[in-house]
Design a protein around this ligand. Structure first.
Ligand SMILES: Nc1ncnc2c1ncn2[C@@H]1O[C@H](COP(=O)(O)OP(=O)(O)OP(=O)(O)O)[C@@H](O)[C@H]1O
Length: 240
């Protein structure tokens, strides 16, 4: 469970987050949409304890990430570019990451996690230098599987992915949510947000303007709501 309680953050005299409140329950996927500079990545950075809030709390399973270091053990973060160690192959990267988390993992466990992500067998022993963004992401997601992460934070995971890779990504994330992970994803991708999310928050200028029940929305309604809220305009699509 992920909870933002009255989270506020300023840089110098500029308020970039203003009293943010939301929860992401186990098995739930929440997407944050918003214009550039709305405060989405700052929100993730507060949950990662890379930044400290001026006021409010970022909680993982009820523990404040700022005062409880071990709450980060439950979390895996996938940045927009998953780089890892370029010279290592997928298996060695995962062994190394696991060792940093004091986890003992066998090759069988690593391969089982990579099987879940769909990373091809033939690619696993090649160095990450030769990997596409989608393949790197699968290695990052395999780490979340190995670590049995309860919380996944994703920053613009589908930017630069082709449609097939996006579809594969969506399937893997759905599987992780079905296994009980609480997932918070920052994105500019309406299709991905609409396909995956249970709820969608639209942010602007540090505020969560609305929290929508995605299952009640068509993608057109979502897009229109976004544009109405962010720029005061809506998009009218012609039927073809
Ligand atoms: N370390 C920092 N120091 C000063 N200002 C910052 C810092 N980090 C972010 N900001 C500012 O905070 C605001 C919110 O930035 P943030 O990166 O959270 O937005 P975002 O919604 O993720 O945008 P984007 O969609 O472009 O990634 C922006 O005005 C940004 O310039």
């Amino acid at each position: 469970m992920l909870e933002a309680i009255n989270l506020s953050k300023s840089f110098s005299d500029k308020q970039v987050l203003d009293n943010l409140n939301f929860t992401v329950a186990p098995g739930e996927i929440m997407c944050l949409l918003g214009a550039n500079g709305a405060g989405k990545s700052t929100t993730l950075n507060l949950f990662l304890n890379f930044l400290h809030p001026d006021s409010g709390q970022a909680l993982i399973d009820g523990a404040d990430v700022h005062s409880n270091n071990s709450s980060k053990d439950k979390l895996v973060y996938l940045p927009e570019q998953v780089n890892l160690y370029q010279e290592f192959n997928a298996i060695d990267n995962l062994k190394y990451l696991a060792s940093l988390s004091d986890l003992q993992v066998s090759d069988e466990q690593i391969n089982a996690a990579l099987d879940e992500t769909g990373l091809e067998q033939s690619a696993r022993k090649h160095s990450l230098k030769s990997y596409s963004k989608g393949m790197r992401q699968k290695v990052g997601i395999a780490f979340a599987i190995i670590r049995q992460a309860k919380v996944l934070l994703l920053d613009e995971p589908t930017s630069g992915l082709d449609p097939s890779a996006t579809r594969e990504f969506i399937k893997i994330i759905e599987q992780l949510a079905n296994k009980g992970a609480a997932i918070l994803m920052v994105t500019h991708d309406f299709y991905c947000a609409h396909t995956l999310a249970n709820k969608i928050g639209i942010m602007d200028k540090g505020q969560l303007l609305t929290l929508l029940d995605n299952k009640q929305l068509s993608i057109n309604t979502l897009e229109n709501k976004y544009h109405e809220l962010i720029s005061g305009t809506s998009v009218v699509r012609k039927a073809s």
